[in-house]
Design a binder for this molecule. Structure first.
Ligand SMILES: [Fe+2]
Ligand SMILES: [Fe+2]
Length: 180
C-alpha cells in the first residue's frame, strides 16, 4: 500500500473506533442526560473536525483529484458516489448537532445510527475498492507527494493543539465506556 492510502486507512481505523464508542454511548442510555449530552457534543466535534474536515478533506482535495487527473470519471462513477456519501454524512452530522442543541437524545441517536451505517459502508468501499484502485494507478513517488500534502493539510485544519484535544477526548470516552 502506498503512503497516502495507508494514511487514509489508518484514519478509517480511528473513525471506526470512535463509531464503536458512539454505539456504546447510545446503548448506555442511562446516566445523567447532561453527561450524555456533553459526550455527544464532543463526538460531533470529532466527526466534524477529524472525520469530515480533515479526512474527507484529504480525500476530496487530493486523492480524488489525483485519480480524476488520471482519467477516473468524476461524476457518475465511484468517485461521484464517494462524494455523495461525504455530503450525506455531513447532513447527518448537522442533524446530530441540531438535535444536541434541542437536547433531543432520541433524535440524536437516530441520526447517529444513520451516520454510523453510512460511514461503515463507505469505509468498506474505500478500503476494498477505491484504495486498491488508487494503489494501482498512483506510483510510490506520487503517493509520497500526496502524503506530504496530507500532512500540510492536516496541520492547517487540525494543528497540534486540536490533535491533542481529540486524543484526550477519545481516551476519556474509551475509559468511560470501556472500549478496548
Ligand atoms: Fe471517503
Ligand atoms: Fe475515507
Amino acid at each position: 500500500m502506498g503512503k497516502a492510502t495507508q494514511d487514509l486507512k489508518k484514519e478509517h481505523d480511528a473513525i471506526l473506533y470512535v463509531l464503536q464508542i458512539m454505539d456504546k454511548m447510545m446503548l448506555s442510555g442511562a446516566g445523567e442526560e447532561e453527561t450524555l449530552l456533553r459526550y455527544y457534543d464532543e463526538v460531533v466535534f470529532f466527526l466534524k473536525t477529524f472525520a469530515d474536515m480533515c479526512h474527507h478533506g484529504k480525500e476530496e482535495n487530493y486523492l480524488f483529484k489525483a485519480l480524476v487527473k488520471k482519467g477516473v470519471p468524476n461524476e457518475g462513477g465511484l468517485i461521484g458516489a464517494m462524494l455523495q456519501e461525504h455530503a450525506q454524512g455531513r447532513d447527518y452530522i448537522a442533524q446530530m448537532g441540531r438535535c444536541h442543541t434541542k437536547k433531543d437524545i432520541a433524535g440524536f441517536n437516530r441520526a447517529a445510527a444513520h451516520y454510523r451505517d453510512l460511514l461503515k459502508r463507505h469505509i468498506d468501499k474505500e478500503n476494498n475498492v477505491l484504495f486498491p484502485m488508487a494503489d494501482n494507478m498512483i506510483d510510490e513517488q506520487e503517493q509520497d507527494i500526496l502524503f506530504e500534502q496530507f500532512e500540510q493539510f492536516e496541520e492547517n485544519i487540525i494543528g497540534h493543539g486540536i490533535h491533542e484535544k481529540l486524543h484526550a477526548m477519545i481516551d476519556t470516552w474509551a475509559e468511560a465506556f470501556r472500549v478496548e
